[in-house]
Design a protein around this ligand. Structure first.
Ligand SMILES: Cc1cc2nc3c(=O)[nH]c(=O)nc-3n(C[C@H](O)[C@H](O)[C@H](O)COP(=O)(O)OP(=O)(O)OC[C@H]3O[C@@H](n4cnc5c(N)ncnc54)[C@H](O)[C@@H]3O)c2cc1C
Length: 424
């Protein structure tokens, strides 16, 4: 079966590795950028994604790449605790929650694809421009030069996987009326700063005042010779005003509003002032759609379900999609039936998660706390919300995203089928 994957992001590369591991060998990844470079900042792999990447033999490579997080805490802008929970192994999961640089993850996956599938498995500088389904089976994929949306050539494949991100060209053919991604007026600034470890060195801290929010976590556990670790931070400002332009620097509405925030030994001023490069983005997502799979074509990762960055999930879900899709293609003779099975497995959950994230996912507790106590809690008050309600919000989200401990510790649903004893 000839399979073309549009996009060598985390989802596309994991799909290539998963398909190869499942025994499907004719896989090509087409990537628009001329060279895969370590772009972006921090991402999280939740334990369900780490389990799936471990099944691809990548556990050791990944463990060296980032920080194994053991705690997540939500706080108000004064650093008062709203909710705190153990994460990953500290929460009884067999697999860790890993915080790592997106670029390091992408490079590791790309190296593995080239080592296993061959040097020519990834073609860079080649943009998928669109496709046409063939009358009986298969698809003709339009490909062009990296900056050109017009096809320069067409290639035939049995399956096309659109893993081409937020502005997917494959999705545009399937949903031509959709237009640009949706913005809710929130601007996000992010950067990575070398700073002293905080909260014991393995914690993610999310602080907010109902309008501004800061998400902070380390990307390494072991400090360097100066006692510092790379710390990833993202500061967002909710609002309906025009978002700051992309790559607005420190002078352009930069999050000075949070510079005085402190949370125990975490100081936001040290982070935002010490950053070498800061980028800003509008917060974007997409509406859920009623179908991802059409004949020989399907969508995966952000192309399928771009979601607001709440709950540290987007990368995790792209990995899960890739595993589900490879499993479906390996266990169905008919590619169309396989893509339908994948759609049925993943889309309903992702549709729900997109809407949950639009409603702020588990981070909604910060707004709820702010509504009750905009100036902070009185001394001696542990949190202004009942613990059962907070626990319910956290656990319901983890279940929806598939990283509650029971789901993580269950065997992967995407294990290869056991051989039929009658055919042995
Ligand atoms: C440059 C970049 C930086 C990012 N940084 C962060 C970050 O710091 N933190 C965070 O949480 N998330 C970040 N993300 C998003 C994050 O990677 C995704 O949400 C998540 O990993 C899901 O991955 P994906 O493979 O579905 O999409 P993506 O990671 O977006 O990958 C899509 C890939 O498709 C390629 N592509 C796009 N159009 C075409 C086309 N027509 N033909 C061929 N190739 C195409 C893109 O160049 C890209 O390599 C970033 C994405 C990108 C592209």
């Amino acid at each position: 079966m000839d399979i073309v994957i549009a996009g060598a992001g985390i989802g596309g590369l994991t799909a290539a590795l998963s398909l190869h591991t499942a025994g499907l060998r004719n896989v090509r990844v087409l990537e628009a950028v001329p060279r895969i470079r370590p772009l972006g900042a921090g991402v999280n792999l939740q334990p369900n994604a780490v389990r799936e990447l471990a099944a691809l033999g990548l556990a050791e490579d990944l463990a060296d790449l980032g920080a194994d997080l053991t705690e997540l805490g939500y706080y108000n802008h004064l650093g008062q605790e709203i909710w705190r929970e153990p994460r990953g192994r500290a929460n009884g999961a067999r697999w860790p929650q890993l915080a790592l640089h997106r670029g390091a993850l992408q490079t590791t996956l790309a190296d593995s694809v080239r080592a296993r599938l061959g040097d020519d498995a990834i073609t860079t500088g080649t943009r998928v421009t669109g496709f046409a389904q063939l009358p009986h089976a298969g698809v003709e994929v339009g490909v062009g030069h990296r900056d050109d949306n017009r096809p320069a050539a067409r290639i035939r494949a049995d399956v096309l996987i659109g893993a081409d991100g937020l502005r997917s060209a494959v999705r545009r053919v399937l949903y031509p009326q959709e237009g640009e991604p949706r913005s809710n007026g929130t601007t996000v600034w992010r950067g990575i700063t070398r700073a002293e470890p905080f909260h014991g060195g393995r914690s993610m801290v999310v602080m907010g005042d109902g309008r501004w929010k800061a998400v902070v976590y380390p990307l390494a556990v072991r400090p360097d010779g100066d006692g510092l670790v790379p710390v990833n931070w993202a500061v967002s400002r909710a609002g309906r005003e025009d978002p700051a332009p992309p790559d607005a620097g420190p002078g352009d509405g930069f999050p000075t509003a949070v510079a005085h925030w402190r949370c125990e030994d975490l100081r936001m001023d040290a982070l935002v002032a010490g950053t070498d490069a800061t980028a800003s983005f509008p917060m974007l997502d997409r509406d859920p759609v009623p179908r991802w799979s059409f004949g020989a074509v399907t969508l995966l990762g952000d192309a399928a379900h771009a979601m607001a960055p709440m709950g540290s999930n987007a990368t995790t879900q792209a990995v899960l999609d890739a595993r589900s899709l490879a499993h479906a293609l390996a266990t169905h003779d008919d590619p169309t039936a396989a893509l339908t099975a994948y759609d049925r497995d993943r889309r309903p959950r992702m549709n729900r998660l997109q809407l949950l994230n639009r409603a702020k996912g588990p981070e909604v507790v910060i707004d709820l706390a702010h509504q009750r106590a905009p100036h902070g809690f009185a001394r001696g008050v542990h949190s202004v919300l009942p613990a059962e309600r907070l626990a319910h919000i956290a656990h319901a989200y983890a279940r929806a995203a598939g990283f509650d401990t029971a789901s993580v510790n269950a065997p992967s649903p995407y294990r290869p089928p056991a051989p039929d004893p009658h055919t042995l």
